[in-house]
Design a protein around this ligand. Structure first.
Ligand code: NAD
Ligand code: TYD
Length: 350
């Protein structure tokens, strides 16, 4: 019997990680701690909500007393820490939210793990989920490895970098059995429609403009979210304490090429004339400090832990589009209220 805490389990990646663990480890007790911000949604987990090995707790990792109380109640052996503010554009507008959730929230969890594990680290792991954005921006060549120096350039990336540093510091100073992973851009079902792919799917459905930042020549390395969930489980089970593993899709796309492919897939699925959705592409003012290129060398996790991506991009993109088209109610629900306000501020009033 093991007690696993997953933070941020109602969000995009977290919900896929929860589903994987609840199904794969029926004898483990899995607690999902989530504040249910705009990005967290229990509709993402209706298929597992009644499982005996699963429990949801609403709460805020920024509240240190609450976090300690939860550790006392559930005696966690393992933590998979995903809860975070995660969108770069929001971090430019509201940096303090990112400092609170990503830095203070992470340190609260580290303090609780340290306090309750009391130097008994056998079977215990603190698995911290981070991003490739901490490494900065690449030119035309090269890949981020685990030894690439940190060079965060957006407030989001800076807050994640700070949290990574605290996680490593708790390993070096207190011996806490941490393991870190830094992953590239994820895509797939349940992603909040503020990120590129689901935002554009939503706009294509509604025949709204597709706001491509700058020239659309920025490059991202895309990984299907279920592959990331499998990687997280691999790192949790096999990762060595104090180590970092980069996770990526070996799948680099220039934004504009990706958007064109998405338009083709959507036209096919919606029965629209080829070229219809491409007509919606609109080049807009670039994101401030927009990182040019991210690309991951995921060789270490393959060599040492045996993980590699399994879903190719065309297949993953089709699965993603089909999920959004079959779950328009989810899309309509998460895009009501506050979303309209965010959209106006981000795209219409700037
Ligand atoms: P998301 O925004 O979809 O979900 C984040 C979840 O955290 C939400 O459910 C939200 O309610 C919860 N949360 C936020 N603040 C909280 C708080 N103070 N207390 C408790 N819960 C809180 O994010 P995501 O895309 O699923 O990313 C999850 C993690 O993976 C993040 O740490 C992110 O930095 C990291 N990551 C994401 C990507 C990506 O492409 N999405 C890539 C690499 C790493
Ligand atoms: P995003 O999904 O926000 O992820 P990240 O910034 O963390 O990589 O953006 C992916 C790429 O798409 C990034 O280069 C910014 C670009 N982008 C647009 O061109 N238009 C948009 O409306 C959004 C949200 C992103």
């Amino acid at each position: 019997m093991e007690n696993i805490l997953i933070t941020g389990g109602a969000g995009f990646i977290g919900s896929h990680a929860v589903r994987l663990l609840v199904n794969k480890y029926p004898k483990s007790a899995i607690v999902n701690l989530d504040k249910l911000t705009y990005a967290g949604n229990l509709l993402n987990l209706t298929d597992v909500e009644d499982r005996p090995n699963y429990r949801f707790v609403k709460g805020d990792i920024v509240d240190g007393r609450f976090v300690f109380g939860l550790f006392e109640q559930f005696a966690f052996d393992k933590v998979i820490h995903l809860a975070a503010e995660s969108h770069v554009d929001r971090s430019i507008a509201n940096t303090m939210d990112f400092v609170q959730a990503n830095v203070t929230g992470t340190v609260n969890l580290l303090n609780a793990a340290r306090h309750f594990w009391k130097d008994h680290y056998e079977g215990r792991r603190f698995c911290h989920i981070s991003t490739d954005e901490v490494y900065g921006s690449l030119g035309d060549d090269g890949l981020f490895t685990e030894s690439t120096p940190y060079d965060p350039r957006s407030p989001y990336a800076a807050s994640k970098a700070a949290s990574d540093h605290f996680v490593r510091a708790y390993h070096h100073t207190f011996g806490l059995p941490v393991v870190l992973s830094n992953c590239s851009n994820n895509y797939g079902p349940n992603q909040f429609p503020e990120k590129l792919i689901p935002l554009f799917i939503n706009n294509i459905i509604q025949k709204k403009p597709l706001p491509v930042y700058g020239k659309g020549d920025n490059v991202r390395d895309w990984l299907y979210v279920e592959d990331h969930a499998l990687a997280i489980d691999t790192v949790l089970r096999k990762g060595a304490p104090g180590e970092t593993y980069n996770i990526g899709g070996h799948n680099e796309w220039k934004n504009i090429d990706l958007v064109r492919l998405l338009c083709q897939v959507m036209d096919g699925r919606l029965g629209r004339e080829p070229g219809t959705s491409e007509g919606l592409i609109t080049f807009v003012k670039d994101r401030a400090g927009h990182d040019q290129r991210y690309a991951i060398d995921a060789g270490k996790i393959l060599r040492e832990l045996g993980w590699k991506p399994t879903v190719n991009f065309e297949e993953g993109l089709r699965k993603t589009v089909d999920w959004y088209l079959s779950n328009e109610q989810w899309l309509r629900q998460v895009t009501s209220g506050d979303y309209q306000k965010y959209y106006r501020q981000q795209y219409e009033e700037r």
